[in-house]
Design a protein around this ligand. Structure first.
Ligand SMILES: Nc1ncnc2c1ncn2[C@@H]1O[C@H](COP(=O)(O)OP(=O)(O)OP(=O)(O)O)[C@@H](O)[C@H]1O
Ligand SMILES: [Mg+2]
Length: 371
């Protein structure tokens, strides 16, 4: 025999009881509203109170359409529209739907029609309410992502289209020099689109946790050296870079292409957004991962303006860019995703010389058979 607990409505009436060992409705994460056979509210749990901002004391005993006046997105009154007590007796439920609370707040509502016998009169109406805030937030962030991407793709494509159309229409009227200049712009813009698409693919892998890490031994000091050489070959003075390597370094196992992506972005940022000497320190470090002895740390510091204190927690988010010299603002988001996919960490701070300082730490992750 099951023990039955009861609770009383404000007017002292006994209301429908729940077994004492059942879940306390106030512990439910979703709002729960139960109405009796007359459409009066007999249950109004804590989550329902939070979602509707109506206290249980105000709701209990009142008619459903008064205490919970829901409207659909066209502004029609929901309880009159669906008419659970007078409507079709074959109906057993209302599927989840987006409705509006007074004041226009959205809420997801589903209902169950409880009858004693099929086609009998409605004994109870059980309604669940669910907050849409979290869902809205992710939807909004997706919508923003799409809008930003469309915008970022449009400007290089506009230039590609403009220059090719001009060249095709007036080919004879331009000198070779002018044509070369236009084609160079088209070439650079096409590169930008390609790069942006590659970055977006990385982002979608990072966001869905599908970023693959193919580990092999990586000489990270040599990799940093190669990136410095590339910048020097592209016209930066050689004394803009200072590479300091602390030996001995543990043998690092990582994905070389991905480590290159990280280094390339951090160095490019230091050169483009920073100023003065770019110092890169490669040192052994304690592992950020538990149960592992060692890791390798790479610190990139510059002497530029640095990242303002109040923006430091935003540099790793998508599309954040501080200066007008910025690119798409995806670089550091991808860097962080790659470092974390390796089990590592990355931090931003202020360099002793005043500029920005980015430090990432990768666990050595030697395969088990080498341990
Ligand atoms: N070394 C730095 N010094 C000063 N500001 C920096 C530095 N590194 C990054 N930032 C700031 O952080 C912003 C975000 O950097 P991130 O690498 O994510 O994007 P980006 O360089 O603008 O574009 P992308 O890397 O996608 O081409 C930059 O726009 C810049 O304002
Ligand atoms: Mg960048």
């Amino acid at each position: 025999m099951s023990v039955v607990g009861t609770s009383a409505a404000p007017d002292g009436r006994d209301v429908r009881a729940f077994p004492a060992d059942a879940i306390d409705p106030d512990q439910l994460p979703d709002g729960l509203v139960v109405a009796d056979e007359h459409g009066r509210i007999v249950r109004f749990n804590a989550a329902a109170a939070r979602i509707t901002a109506v206290s249980p004391a105000d709701a209990l005993g009142r008619p459903l359409e008064k205490a919970l006046p829901l409207e659909d997105l066209e502004g029609r009154r929901w309880w009159q529209l669906t008419d659970p007590y007078g409507g079709l007796a074959i109906r057993v439920r209302q599927p989840e739907r987006n409705l509006l609370l007074p004041g226009g707040r959205e809420v997801l509502v589903a209902a169950r029609y409880v009858r004693d016998e099929p086609l009998g009169p409605l004994r109870r109406l059980v309604v669940t309410l669910r907050d849409t805030d979290a869902r809205r937030r992710t939807e909004r962030s997706h919508a923003e992502l799409i809008a930003t991407v469309a915008h970022e793709l449009r400007s290089p494509l506009t230039s590609v289209k403009g220059f090719t159309a001009t060249l095709l229409a007036k080919w004879e009227r331009f000198t070779d020099e002018q044509k070369r200049l236009m084609l160079e712009t088209v070439d650079a813009d096409a590169d930008r689109v390609t790069r942006l698409i590659a970055e977006l693919l990385d982002i979608s892998r990072i966001d869905s946790g599908r970023l693959e890490v193919r580990r092999q031994p990586v000489d990270i000091a040599a990799a940093v050296g190669r990136h410095i050489q590339a910048h020097v070959a592209a016209g930066q003075p050689a004394d803009r870079f200072l590479l300091r390597v602390e030996h001995p370094l543990p043998a690092l196992w990582a994905d070389p292409d991905k480590v290159d992506q990280v280094l390339s972005n951090l160095l490019e940022n230091a050169v483009r957004h920073g100023a003065g000497t770019v110092t890169i320190d490669v040192t052994p470090a304690p592992s950020p991962r538990e149960g592992e002895e060692t890791a390798t740390s790479v610190t990139v510091s510059d002497e530029g303006p640095g990242i303002p204190e109040e923006s430091m927690n935003r540099v790793f988010t998508r599309f954040w860019r501080g200066s007008k010299r910025g690119g798409t603002g995806l670089g550091l988001y991808i860097v962080k995703g790659i470092v974390e996919a390796h089990g590592g960490t990355i931090t931003v701070g202020r360099a002793p010389g005043g500029g920005a300082r980015f430090r990432f730490t990768l666990p050595v992750s030697a395969p088990a058979y080498l341990a």
